[in-house]
Write a protein that binds this ligand. Structure first.
Ligand code: MCN
Ligand code: CUN
Length: 787
């Protein structure tokens, strides 16, 4: 039997290849759209062509008469069953199908169920909807004007478009610091609406069995257990009669956290027809109607001494939440974790006030590798710190080095109440400077500036808070943010570990096997990872906010330790010594001082299930289950340096180099971490330079196809240069922090800071994303306007 050799140490060592890849590269992945069931019908959704309108009438007769059409369902029909509205993850309600009004372009109005996808689509064209067009609310800045049309007339007594107010920090203390500061810098900073645009769009196959009353739902979800509970609560179906399967997912990036009307429609359709029903949206549907990200208009203010000691940060945010507040964030955190906007710096005070409004746009807000709005927070602080450097005439790296938190300050309680678990920031920034050759780059830049060439160097330093709960503070609609894990070791010493999180491409089948292998000494290849099936995995809140490693990864390590503890007792019986006389070495228990006497974990597994006595009082078998409730979030950090060249004739920005040094504590699989970072950096370059979901004044979505919503390809990004430092999390059993969103969080400010730095000769201190050639050109001409 194989045990683990030193050179195969499962966690952190070598570059273990991904166990799931042979399946994917050979086309054997099983995605939602691959699910084919006997007699399966197809569902297509009719969407509103306009942003704001009263529905006068819907005539479905022609569609119903079409051959192959089995059912046409409108909001009115759903309303009769009490299913026209559903709760959102933020305690708002959202229309499953519109009944009274449509509130954004692309909103679900009716659906058709037919024998094939084409017939369903064709029938949509025969549904006749009469709309009474209403004035749309498109500009978030005027959404609260007294004469603005009210979008949410469904909410009783609602007379305006106000969604919520939120504040954090100490307003008075911050004001006092601002009053006595030498320097105050203010800048208006916009983080435009963007879309995660995963390769696979959203979809579901619902199969309701009328005989046993069981609903099986394959769906593109990042959180199968949470979704199951919500279906039980909404539809009144008994929870044990619902099985949610999240098969292979072709990218989620937060887009697959919410429950979409399409999922509910598929369920209703299967219940109504008694047949399995598939719904798969197309690219445009995905872009115009599913969870967008960001859309924060921020005023940033920073107070400092003349020497560059940062004293306080203040911000006021206007948040566009679209037509329904469908944000996925812990209930107590309506602005996600935006509260970490104080960043990585030692401040005296901080304050944020925020107003969120409804507009006639698709709902969403938390998505796109955002760590619950930490993207926006990091962008704000890293941009405003650069503005301060500009005003002080200081090098942005020097300014950061002067203000970064010191290792002895950890655990550090921020001025907005976040307890950073651990951090050692300066070495991370120094490492990025070393890889980039920072001093040399500045020399090169100076020479180029003399020649009129536009070269920019941008720096960002970020701290994230990932791994939600703990559940006393964090829940989604009452479900506490903890995760279960179950480990079974089979008699022959092979194992299966069952997770409550759900991979969308992050490589959990590999990394969770590595975590368990490290703790229990069974090689990763002998450990199967099961996830994404509520009937076969323990309850837990799912994958988003980079919480899998911090929460579920901790659960996996602890459940393996629990099994190991039992194995130790069995070993003591097998070796006839007391448990205290056993050492755990490389997958085996050895008698202290007598290495010749040992039993491997595989021997123990066989004994646990086999003939012969076990120590007094011990049950047979070798398995355990736990539910892990984290004591705190983990706080990864990183330092990024971006180098850009701008063509002075065309204003095209070229990202020439990008150095990313990440610290996610103990590194489980360095290759997977690198992949996560590469992906996130690509996202960041995309948002900084080209991505935006815009709207015209009628509320028409201007980003409804990949011709209009630009995403970066290999041509737009450089060869990434990565590095790392390791500051373990003190409260995580193996010291690991999350990393899945770090690069998306940290890279946009580095790119924008680089572009603004390149434009310094034009006297430019700030420019808003996306920095497309036309926007950069206008900025160079002194005509910069926010998006
Ligand atoms: N990892 C590691 N060592 C660490 C931390 C993480 O080896 N110290 C590994 C993990 O074991 C895991 C991967 O890196 O295989 C990411 O781990 P983690 O940071 O825990 O993030 P999650 O697994 O919870 O993934 C969620 C995160 C989010 S929220 C978004 S959005 C995003 C992201 O992951 N969506 C992705 N990365 C993505 N990558 C792909 N391919 N597809 C997506 O949809
Ligand atoms: Cu914010 S996107 Mo990820 O948390 O699924």
């Amino acid at each position: 039997m194989t045990t683990i050799e030193n050179d195969q140490k499962p966690v952190g060592h070598g570059r273990m290849l991904r166990k799931e890849d042979p399946r994917f590269v050979r086309g054997r992945g099983r995605y939602c759209d691959d699910v084919q069931l006997n007699g399966m019908l197809h569902l297509a959704i009719l969407r509103s062509p306009v942003a704001h309108a009263r529905i006068v009438s819907i005539d479905t007769t022609a569609a119903e008469a079409m051959p192959k059409v089995k059912a046409v369902v409108t909001g009115a029909a759903l309303a009769e069953q009490g299913l026209a509205w559903m709760p959102t993850l933020s305690n708002d309600v959202q229309a499953v199908l519109a009944t009274d009004k449509v509130r954004f372009q692309g909103q679900e109005v009716a659906f058709v169920v037919a024998e094939d996808r084409y017939a369903a689509r064709d029938a949509l064209e025969l549904i006749d909807v009469e709309y009474d067009i209403l004035e749309p609310v498109v500009d978030v800045r005027t959404a609260l004007a007294p004469d603005a049309p009210v979008i949410r007339t469904d909410l009783e007594g609602k007379t305006n478009n106000h969604c919520f107010d939120w504040e954090t920090g100490d307003q008075k203390a911050t004001e006092d610091v601002f009053k006595r500061a030498d320097v105050v810098v203010t800048e208006d900073i916009v983080y435009p609406r963007v879309h995660p645009a995963p390769m696979e769009t959203c979809g579901a196959v619902a199969d309701y069995d009328r005989i046993d009353g069981k609903l099986t739902l394959w769906s593109t979800t990042q959180a199968p257990h949470a979704h199951r509970t919500l279906y039980a609560l909404v539809a009144g179906l008994p929870e044990h009669k619902i099985r949610v399967i999240s098969p292979d997912i072709g990218g989620g990036f937060g887009n697959k956290v919410p429950i979409y009307p399409g999922y509910v429609c598929a369920i209703v359709a299967s219940i109504v027809t008694g047949k399995p029903v598939k719904w798969m949206e197309d690219r445009s549907e995905n872009l115009i109607s599913t969870g967008f990200a960001r859309d924060y208009i921020m005023r940033g203010e920073i107070a400092a001494t003349r020497e560059g000691k940062i004293l306080a940060i203040r911000t006021n945010v206007l948040a566009d939440h679209g037509a329904f507040n469908g944000t996925a964030a812990p209930v107590k955190y309506p602005a996600g974790f935006f509260g970490v906007f104080t960043g990585s710096y030692d401040l005296e005070a901080a304050y944020c006030s925020m107003t969120a409004v409804y507009t006639n746009k698709a709902p969403g807000g938390v998505a796109y590798a955002c760590s619950f709005r930490i993207t926006e927070a990091v962008y704000l602080v890293e941009r405003i710190v650069d503005c301060l450097a500009y005003d002080l005439g200081m090098d942005p790296v020097e300014l950061r080095l002067k203000n970064l938190l010191k290792p002895e300050q950890f655990p550090y309680t921020s001025k907005t109440g976040w307890v950073y678990d651990s951090g050692d920031y300066e070495p991370t920034l120094r490492e990025a400077m070393r890889i980039a050759g920072y001093e040399e780059l500045r020399r090169e830049q100076a020479l180029k500036r003399e020649r009129g060439e536009l070269m920019g160097i941008g720096v960002s330093f970020f701290t994230e808070a990932v791994g939600a709960g703990p559940r006393k503070d964090m829940d989604i609609l009452g479900l506490g943010m903890a995760d279960g894990c179950e480990l079974r070791v089979h008699p022959t010493g092979k194992a299966v570990v069952r997770l409550s999180v759900q991979t969308q491409g992050q490589g959990h089948e590999t990394t969770f096997a590595q975590i368990v292998a490290e703790e229990i000494g069974i090689p990763p290849a002998d450990i199967d990872v099961v996830h994404g099936d509520t009937d076969n995995t323990p309850f837990g809140l799912g994958t988003y906010g980079s919480r899998s490693t911090p929460v579920s990864g901790a659960a996996a390590a602890l459940v393996a330790r629990k099994v190991r503890d039992k194995a130790r007792i069995i070993a003591s019986g097998m070796l006839e010594v007391s448990v205290a006389d056993l050492d755990w070495v490389k997958g085996a228990f050895q008698v202290k001082g007598d290495p010749g006497k040992s039993v491997t974990i595989q021997d123990i597994a066989m004994r646990a299930h086999g003939a012969g006595d076990l120590p007094e009082g011990l049950e047979g078998g070798l398995e355990a289950q736990i539910c892990y409730n984290p004591s705190n979030l983990t706080y990864p950090h990183g330092a990024y340096i971006c180098v850009v060249d701008i063509d002075p004739g065309t204003a095209v920005v070229k990202v020439r180099r990008f150095v990313a040094v990440d610290d996610c504590g103990t590194r489980i699989n360095p290759m997977i971490i690198e992949g996560q970072v590469h992906g996130g950096l690509t996202d960041g370059v995309g948002m900084a330079l080209m991505e935006m979901i815009g709207f015209d004044e009628d509320g028409n979505c201007l980003g409804g196809s990949l011709m209009d919503y630009l995403i970066p390809t290999a041509l737009e990004v450089p060869d990434w240069e990565t590095g790392f430092t390791v500051t373990p999390s003190p409260h995580h059993p193996i010291g690991a922090k999350g990393v899945g969103e770090s690069a998306t969080v940290g890279s946009p400010p580095a790119v924008v800071n680089a572009v603004v730095d390149a434009l310094k000769p034009f006297g430019i201190r700030h420019a808003d994303m996306p920095l497309t050639p036309s926007r950069v050109w206008e900025t160079m001409q002194g005509n910069h306007t926010p998006p």
